[in-house]
Write a protein that binds this ligand. Structure first.
Ligand code: NAD
Length: 367
């Protein structure tokens, strides 16, 4: 095992190598002794627009881990924005520390100052470990923040919009698999009945779908069982049901060699980020098993689309309408996947990269 000092050394000596690996544009390392702020802002790509991505506060084991996370997450935002047709780039910030004990007004406002220094190249929002209240503190020091409460011109809770995107994505995938996008009578296994999972159940229930649900939260399970007639299953058993559709709405990495072997579904469409443990291996395994996979970073983009509408004066109806386009975008991904033999996650990545290249070409012309 490497010592912490070795990891740190490796990080500093490999810094440019790390940025070059996925072509990151810039990082800003922020330090403030008075508030104890230690943050990294990573800007991956700003060809399409300002880099937008939330600020995660997490007690990372070491700086290397924080750096890896912010580089990975910022790159993911580039792809999500691009495939969703938004004029946004990809970026993300991490604050190293315990959100429960180390976060306060001064720390968040100091962070806001660093965001402001980037003059709009980076736009922040809330993420794991930060709240709408924290973003209000950030907003005291910079205008480059979205995801504020509705009363302050923001988009409020994004989960219903995210759930709507997952729902229309699921319908597009159902259409691909069965030639009809109706979910009537379809059995859907939903893993994770949190903010998104619960709203998703509501949309599907209106269409007459039936459910298996799993979560550790007994209260949420019982609520959903009563309201939607859902059948509760033990956590791990969610992979073994006879559901035709699987909707992962809890954790990433849960579609892997073990679970693919157990799943009986024909469609996977859910909200969780990074569902495929290994994109190439498991993307291809799903194809071989005849399972239609709706790429997560497209169908869970409703939350991003929601904050994007804050740029043009927030309106939830517009945000929902824009989110509905996920249905057609997914159709285009299926088409590319059929034509090229790429699995759907690879086809979505390809289209996202193509859009960035095309727009870069557009920008190369003198106006
Ligand atoms: P949440 O925290 O409200 O809900 C997650 C739920 O999953 C919780 O109820 C939790 O108890 C449950 N859970 C955790 N581990 C589980 C397990 N092993 N088996 C079953 N249930 C488990 O989160 P959310 O906002 O509903 O988001 C759900 C997923 O969607 C997350 O992966 C999130 O990153 C992703 N996502 C959310 C949004 C959004 O707008 N909220 C946007 C994009 C992506």
């Amino acid at each position: 095992m490497m010592e912490v000092s070795q990891v740190k050394n490796q990080l500093s000596t490999n810094l440019f190598e790390n940025l070059a690996e996925h072509d990151h544009e810039q990082i800003l390392v922020c330090n403030d002794n008075h508030t104890g702020l230690k943050a990294i802002i990573a800007i991956h790509n700003t060809v399409l627009g300002p880099g937008l991505g939330g600020t995660r506060m997490w007690n990372y084991n070491n700086e290397s881990e924080a750096m890896r996370d912010v580089l990975r997450l910022s790159r993911g935002m580039t792809y999500k924005a691009s495939i969703s047709g938004l004029n946004l780039g990809g970026a993300k910030a991490v604050i190293i520390g315990d959100a429960k004990t180390q976060k306060n007004e001064a720390l968040m406002r100091k962070f806001g100052r660093f965001v402001n220094n980037l003059a709009g190249k980076y736009v922040t929002a809330e993420d794991v470990g930060t709240t709408t209240q924290d973003m209000e503190y950030v907003n005291m020091e910079t205008d480059h923040v979205v995801g504020l409460p509705e009363g302050r011109g923001g988009g409020g809770d994004p989960s219903p919009v995210t759930a709507y995107g997952v729902y229309v994505g699921m319908k597009s995938a159902a259409n691909k698999r069965w030639g009809t996008d109706s979910l009537e009578g379809k059995k859907v296994a939903v893993m994770g009945i949190g903010k998104v999972g619960m709203h998703l159940l509501e949309f599907m229930h209106k269409e007459g779908a039936k459910f298996y649900i799993s979560d550790m939260n007994q209260e949420a399970l019982e609520f959903a069982a009563n309201k939607f007639g859902a059948t509760i299953v033990e956590n791990d058993a969610i992979y073994d049901t006879d559901a035709e559709i699987f909707a992962p709405c809890a954790l990433g990495g849960i579609i892997n060699t073990d679970t693919i072997g157990r799943l009986n579904c024909e469609v996977i469409a859910g909200a969780a980020n990074n569902q495929l443990e290994d994109e190439d291996i498991h993307g291809d395994m799903l194809v071989k098993k005849g399972i239609v996979y709706a790429p997560d970073f497209l169908i869970n983009a409703g939350g991003l689309i929601n904050v994007y509408s804050e740029y043009t004066g927030y309106n939830r109806e517009n945000a929902m309408r824009d989110t509905e386009r996920i249905y057609d975008t997914l159709n285009s991904i299926f088409k590319v996947s059929d034509e090229t033999g790429m699995h759907t996650q690879a086809a979505a990545t390809h289209l996202a990269e193509k859009r960035i290249k095309d727009i870069m070409h557009v920008q190369s012309t003198i106006s």
